[in-house]
Design a protein around this ligand. Structure first.
Ligand SMILES: Cc1ncc(COP(=O)(O)O)c(C=O)c1O
Length: 392
């Protein structure tokens, strides 16, 4: 298998797994218990909190453990909105559904009007002129922008977007799930009120993440009960998961310099695939991107058909379309960049990790080349290319 779907999830690092095992085994004490056996678990949680805080330049008390990126973003945005009920959420057209669907759900709420979706350029970079105008309108109480896009890897101008929000005294959240662990993220340098991150995107376990909450801001918890996490997220803590996230964060911090190696492998992959046939382009190529992500448009090729052939040949990657309620929807991210539905349907995301090898990449390139030519029918003139699996 050649695994090129690391933006979906990553392999758990053996050091992460080994660190988690005792907390699934002998060390099962409840961290809220007053005896030593419970206090050991509490100590492990606090050690993990320090590691997560260190990765993003935060103070440990600013880290709240959650079930992952989705919960973190929901908790941050819903809390911030609760303090400004008369105002709306400004976000972008290229958010992950964890944020996008909050904006959509608010849109359906008759008490809230005009949920802003800031446009993006054709490169996928959010437009700051419109962002500035929207925030100056005083309609928005909360602004949220994705740090790095999960489909294209395009990196947002986070510092500028946050500064503009700060100028207008608007609460600022960022979904940094794809950025943390891949590129430097430092909340100390940028006026960020809340940030979401997730362990399974950086070789940690699934179902655990964190929410950074600036210690000077108010927070209204979504999950109430036992008062864990300093009253910010109730429920008995997922000790093994938290320990795993801590080790994953520590490893990620020590491996940030590996980005250069990953991006050179990604560039090799991208250039060679693009050169292997006509009509192949990278979506978001004009923007600064995550080092590991390549979203490719294969003109005249049905993306689904390509994924099937790649899967049969052992290559794991993701479609530029998502299955929802039984029908395949072309990626709204690619469409928000001004591309057609057909381009979105012909796009595929490949995402690498530190485990991706040069041999794996070269093998994948050969498999992709073969699959693309199989799916294309070259007309006699040789000048036009059509898909063998057409859509209406
Ligand atoms: C940008 C982004 N935000 C949020 C999420 C959701 O994170 P989780 O799976 O931890 O809920 C993902 C996962 O795909 C993501 O890529």
């Amino acid at each position: 298998m050649i695994y090129l779907d690391n933006n979906a999830t990553t392999r758990v690092d053996p050091a992460v797994r080994d660190a988690m095992l005792p907390w699934l085994d002998d060390h099962y004490g409840n961290p809220s218990a007053g005896y030593r056996f419970g206090k050991e678990s509490r100590k492990a949680i606090e050690a993990a909190r320090e590691k997560v805080a260190a990765l993003i330049g935060a103070h440990p008390e600013e880290i709240v453990f959650t079930s992952g990126g989705t919960e973190s973003s929901n908790a941050a945005i819903r809390s911030a909105l609760s303090y400004t009920p008369e105002k709306s959420l400004l976000t972008t057209a290229v958010e992950h559904s964890a944020v996008f669907e909050i904006a959509e759900s608010l849109d359906e709420d008759p008490t809230v009007s005009d949920q802003g979706l800031n446009p993006v350029q054709s490169s996928g970079i959010p437009c700051l002129v419109e962002w500035k105008e929207a925030l100056a309108s005083e309609k928005y109480g909360v602004a949220s922008i994705i740090w790095a896009n999960n489909e294209t890897g395009v990196i947002s101008p986070i510092a500028e977007a946050a500064e503009i929000a700060a100028e207008h005294k608007v609460y600022f959240h960022t979904d940094a799930v794809q950025a943390v662990g891949k590129i430097p993220v430092d909340v100390g340098n940028i006026p960020i009120h809340a940030l979401s991150l997730s362990a399974h995107k950086m070789h940690g376990p699934k179902g655990i993440g964190a929410l950074y909450l600036d210690r000077h801001s108010r927070f209204h918890p979504s999950v109430i009960g036992g008062g864990q996490e300093n009253n910010r997220r109730s429920g008995t803590e997922n000790v093994p998961g938290i320990v795993g996230l801590g080790v994953a964060a520590e490893l990620a911090a020590s491996r940030l310099e590996e980005a250069a190696k990953i991006s050179s492998l990604r560039d090799r992959f991208e250039t060679r695939v693009i050169d292997s046939a006509e009509g192949i382009e990278a979506n978001g190529a004009g923007a600064e991107r995550l080092p590991n992500t390549s979203n490719l448009y294969f003109s005249g090729v049905d993306g689904e058909g390509l994924l099937i052939l790649l899967d049969e040949a052992g290559v794991c990657c993701s479609p530029g379309s998502a299955c929802s309620t039984g029908s395949v929807q072309p990626s709204r991210i690619i469409r928000a960049m001004g591309h057609s539905s057909s381009r979105a349907r012909s796009s595929v995301r490949f995402s690498l990790s530190r485990h991706t090898t040069e041999e794996g990449i070269d093998e994948a390139i050969a498999i992709i080349k073969k699959a693309v030519s199989k799916l294309r029918v070259v007309l006699p003139s040789g000048s036009r290319v059509i898909s063998s699996t057409r859509r209406n």
